[in-house]
Design a protein around this ligand. Sequence first.
Ligand SMILES: CCCCC/C=C/C(=O)SCCNC(=O)CCNC(=O)[C@H](O)C(C)(C)COP(=O)(O)OP(=O)(O)OC[C@H]1O[C@@H](n2cnc3c(N)ncnc32)[C@H](O)[C@@H]1OP(=O)(O)O
Ligand SMILES: NC(=O)C1=CN([C@@H]2O[C@H](COP(=O)(O)OP(=O)(O)OC[C@H]3O[C@@H](n4cnc5c(N)ncnc54)[C@H](OP(=O)(O)O)[C@@H]3O)[C@@H](O)[C@H]2O)C=CC1
Length: 284
Amino acid sequence: MFQPDLLKGKRILVTGGGTGLGRSMTHRFLELGANVVICGRREDVLKQTVDELAKETGGEIEAVGCDVRIPDAVEAMMDTIWAKRPLDILVNNAAGQILAQTHKLSTRAIDAVLGIVLHGSAYCTVAAGRRWIDAGLRDRVVMSILTVSSLTGAPFTVPSSMAKAGVLAMTKSLAVEWGPKGIRTCAIVPGPFPTEGAWSRLMPKERGGNEELVKTIPLRRVGEHEELANLAAFLVSDGAAYINGDAVVIDGGKMLQSGGGGASTQAMLDWTDEQWEALRPKRK
Ligand SMILES: CCCCC/C=C/C(=O)SCCNC(=O)CCNC(=O)[C@H](O)C(C)(C)COP(=O)(O)OP(=O)(O)OC[C@H]1O[C@@H](n2cnc3c(N)ncnc32)[C@H](O)[C@@H]1OP(=O)(O)O
Ligand SMILES: NC(=O)C1=CN([C@@H]2O[C@H](COP(=O)(O)OP(=O)(O)OC[C@H]3O[C@@H](n4cnc5c(N)ncnc54)[C@H](OP(=O)(O)O)[C@@H]3O)[C@@H](O)[C@H]2O)C=CC1
């Protein structure tokens, strides 16, 4: 699908790259010749991913333990990365989610999610951007992984929806402020892509499992990691050099199905031919 050296020479940081979609993007970036640094809080998870992906791809990968909620930890991580070679690309992927009734959330619960998604993305973006701007480095990219709820809002995942909407605002704002400095920003808005992290927190069996979920998606399936990883590879590559400030939705059309007619559209999709026929005016 891509030239095998699409990302050759690019040094990329994927936050939360040890698991799930971050791992899958890292895998694709390595296959395409990038040098990738991953970060996360659990060093054992990072080490295992580094070992596995180095073996699977033969690519250059390293890990730095970092909690992106802690400003000093982010600065220390960037110093460690820069000591070897400056980044070309930052991928803000690390996230936290809680499925709960909003009026029952504790302030610590709200802060836990806002801290990872909103503050963590801002700390990483500013730490990389400041270094690029101070050194006059151009042709750099910040790509953030959002959620459909950043565009639509979503009940029961309010802190995440708020935080991702904030990251979208950062993406659009910096496209204008940093564009002239040779730094472009972009985002991906994924629909459902099964991962242990998301499914264990957001898909309790009471939700009906994947069978119920796919009925809400026009393409009638969840996403495949490779599909998101390919989009990510394109967006950070020089092939997408004129894309700045935009967020690309990859959700099988889910957002469109739940919009407009909403719940009643959903019900109509399950109507039988007889039900539709019964609506036709009868000829006299
Ligand atoms: C269907 C497809 C939709 C897909 C959309 C997907 C979007 C995603 O973002 S998926 C990403 C999922 N991955 C993760 O969330 C990974 C990281 N997450 C975490 O580490 C935790 O889940 C975290 C966000 C809670 C943060 O962990 P930590 O800092 O260790 O925080 P604590 O465990 O100490 O909890 C802090 C605070 O939050 C309360 N809390 C935790 N879970 C819940 C819950 N389910 N309901 C209500 N409250 C919860 C916890 O009790 C603590 O509060 P206090 O008790 O007041 O101390
Ligand atoms: N899967 C899906 O259907 C969807 C996912 N997304 C987005 O995709 C991205 C990846 O999610 P997914 O792969 O599903 O979930 P995962 O739980 O697998 O990924 C989250 C990653 O973030 C890391 N992380 C969490 N908190 C911190 C922190 N404070 N500092 C550093 N790293 C942290 C975790 O590692 P550790 O715990 O070791 O720190 C983990 O590797 C997220 O941005 C999510 O919002 C969006 C829409 C749908």
